[in-house]
Design a protein around this ligand. Structure first.
Ligand code: SIN
Length: 499
C-alpha cells in the first residue's frame, strides 16, 4: 500500500509535465506500466505548434486552422485556451532545458505541416522532438524530492468512495495487487494504437485510461474520431504491428505524394492545399488511390529535394529508411495510412477535470475539445503541455478539498496462464476492416456484436495479470469507438461513413 497527494498514471509528455508543474510541497507518485522512458510522446517527430509571439492575427490564424481541421466540431473555448497558452508553455519547456532547433540567425526554426496556414511548428533534433522533450523533463523530475517514479506498475481500477476518487488499485511486476491512495488522480495514459493491427504508436498504447474511466462510468466522447496518419512507412518485411512514422513535416518541406502510376493525386482531392491538406483529407485520398490502383501503398517523393539537407533535417527518418534500403532524396518511399491518434477520449474541462470528482485526464486519453473531428498536426504535444499546466494549477488549488485518506478493501482475483493474443488479433482484424478510414453501418454493427461478446467473456473470467487488463482495456476502447461510430451516421472529419 502507498499513500501520496497526487497519483499520475503515465510517463508521456502530459504526465511528466503535470508532475513538473506541481508545487514541490506536493508529493507525487508517477507510475509507468513499463519503463519511464517509454511512451508515445517519445516517438513524436514533427513538433509543437506554437505562435511564440503576441501577434493576435497570428494567434487567430492558429485558432482558425485548428477549427477548420476539426470540421468546427471543436470546442471554441478550448481551442482559444490552447492557442493563448502555447507561448507560455513552450517558454516553460525551454526553461526546463529543452533545446529547440535554431537557425544561423539565432532564431527558432519553425516548420509547416498539413492544415497550417503558416510556419509555426517548433522542433528539436530535427525530427526527434518527442524524444528530446521527454528526455529533458525526466532529467528535471529525477532531481525533485517530491517525485517518486514507480516502473512496471500497472493501474487497474479507480478506487471510489462516495462519488469521489481516492486512489487506484495497481499491479506490481510480480502481478500482486496493491492500492495507491491519493487525493487527486491524473490519467495520462496516452493512446489506443494497439486496438488496431497497425499503428504508429508504441504497442504499449492499449487504451488503459479509457478502459479505467469506462469501468467507472466517467464521461467519454468523440471516440469515433480516430486519426489515421497518411504516411507510415510501408515495409513488406516488417511484421510488427508498430509502423514507422514518416513525419508530415517532410511534406511541409516539399515532399509530394504520388500513386503507383506516378500521378500526383492530391490535385484531385485538395487542389489548393495539395499534400498539406488536413490529415483526414490526405488519408482518405490515399485510401481511395490504393483502392483504385489495387495496391496497399502510395509513394512519398523526395527526389527533387537535396539529400544532404534531408539527412540533417530529418535524421531519425533518414537513418531508419537507410537501414531498410531506402535513401531519402534518392528513392521513392512506400507509405500507407495507419492508426495514429485518438481525437476524443475522457471528457474534461479547461482544468483537466473529468466528470468524476478528484479525477483528471490529460494528453491523448483526454477529450479537451480542442481537436473536434480531426486533430491539426502538431497540436497534440501542445495540448499535453497546456492542459497539464492547467490541471496542475487546479490540483494545487484544490488539494485541501479532497476527502480525508481512507483505506478500502481490494478484492484480488485468480492468476492463471492464458494467451490473449488471439483475442487481441480478432479485435484488430474487426477494427481494421470495419472501423477504419471508411465505415459502413453493417460492418460497424457486426463489429460491435463481436466486441460485446469478447467483453462479456473477459468480464466473466477475470485474471489478475497485466495481459488480461490490457486486453480488457483494448476491448472497452474498441467497443466505445464502434458504438460512437454507429451513433454518428453522417461523415465528418476522420469519421467517413459510406452508409
Ligand atoms: C508527424 O510528425 O507527422 C506527427 C506529428 C503529429 O501527429 O502531429
Amino acid at each position: 500500500m502507498k499513500k501520496t497527494d497526487v497519483l499520475i498514471v503515465g510517463t508521456g509528455l502530459a504526465g511528466l509535465f503535470t508532475a513538473l508543474n506541481l508545487d514541490e510541497s506536493i508529493n507525487v507518485v508517477i507510475i509507468s506500466k513499463t519503463k519511464i522512458q517509454l511512451s508515445n510522446s517519445v516517438l513524436a517527430q514533427g513538433g509543437i505548434a506554437c505562435e511564440y509571439n503576441d501577434d493576435q492575427q497570428l494567434h487567430q490564424a492558429h485558432i482558425n486552422d485548428t477549427l477548420k481541421a476539426g470540421s468546427m466540431l471543436n470546442d471554441p473555448e478550448s481551442v482559444e485556451f490552447l492557442v493563448e497558452k502555447a507561448h507560455e508553455s513552450v517558454k516553460k519547456l525551454i526553461s526546463f532545458g529543452v533545446q529547440f532547433d535554431i537557425g544561423d540567425d539565432n532564431l527558432f526554426l519553425v516548420t509547416k505541416e498539413g492544415g497550417h496556414s503558416s510556419r509555426r511548428i517548433f522542433h528539436s533534433g530535427g525530427d526527434a522532438t518527442g524524444k528530446n522533450v521527454t528526455g529533458s523533463l525526466i532529467i528535471q523530475l529525477m532531481q525533485k524530492k517530491n517525485i517518486e517514479f514507480m516502473e512496471e506498475t500497472m493501474a487497474l481500477n479507480l478506487l471510489v468512495d462516495d462519488k469521489e476518487v481516492i486512489g487506484m488499485s495497481c499491479l506490481d511486476r510480480h502481478e500482486q495487487i496493491f492500492p495507491i491512495y491519493a487525493k487527486k488522480v491524473v490519467l495520462a495514459t496516452g493512446g489506443i494504437g494497439s486496438v488496431y493491427n497497425s499503428t504508429t504508436n508504441d504497442l504499449l498504447a492499449t487504451g488503459d485510461g479509457i478502459g479505467i474511466a469506462y469501468r467507472q462510468d466517467v464521461h467519454i466522447s468523440h471516440m469515433e474520431f480516430v486519426q489515421f496518419h497518411p504516411t507510415a512507412f510501408y515495409n513488406e518485411n516488417n511484421h510488427s504491428r508498430q509502423r514507422f512514422l514518416i513525419t508530415e513535416a517532410l511534406r511541409g518541406e516539399g515532399a509530394y505524394l504520388v500513386n503507383v502510376e506516378n500521378e500526383r493525386f492530391m490535385k484531385k482531392y485538395s487542389p489548393e492545399l495539395m499534400e498539406l491538406a488536413p490529415r483526414d483529407i490526405v488519408s482518405q485520398a490515399i485510401f481511395k488511390e490504393m483502392y483504385d490502383t489495387w495496391t496497399d501503398h502510395v509513394f512519398l517523393d523526395t527526389r527533387h529535394l537535396d539529400p544532404k539537407y534531408l539527412q540533417s533535417r530529418f535524421p531519425t527518418v533518414f537513418n531508419h529508411l537507410k537501414e531498410n534500403g531506402v535513401i531519402l532524396g534518392v528513392d521513392l518511399i512506400p507509405v500507407a495510412p495507419c492508426e495514429h491518434f485518438l481525437c476524443g477520449g475522457i471528457d474534461t474541462d479547461l482544468r483537466g477535470r473529468t466528470s468524476l470528482k478528484s479525477l483528471y485526464a490529460v494528453g491523448e486519453t483526454a477529450n479537451t475539445g480542442v481537436h473536434g473531428a480531426n486533430r491539426l498536426a502538431s497540436n497534440s504535444l501542445l495540448e499535453c503541455l497546456v492542459f497539464a499546466m492547467a490541471a496542475s494549477g487546479d490540483i494545487y488549488k484544490n488539494l485541501k478539498d479532497s476527502k480525508p485518506m481512507k483505506e478500502m478493501s481490494i478484492a484480488s482475483n485468480d492468476v492463471y496462464n492464458y494467451n490473449y493474443k488471439p483475442i487481441r488479433k480478432k479485435i484488430g482484424d474487426y477494427m481494421d476492416e470495419h472501423v477504419s478510414i471508411v465505415r459502413e453501418q453493417s460492418g460497424l454493427q457486426l463489429t460491435i456484436e463481436v466486441i460485446e461478446k469478447i467483453l462479456i467473456n473477459l468480464e466473466k473470467y477475470p485474471n489478475q495479470t497485466k495481459n488480461y487488463y490490457e486486453t480488457l482495456n483494448l476491448a472497452s476502447t474498441a467497443y466505445l469507438i464502434t458504438k460512437q461510430a454507429l451513433e454518428r451516421v453522417k461523415s465528418i472529419g476522420c469519421h467517413y461513413r459510406i452508409n
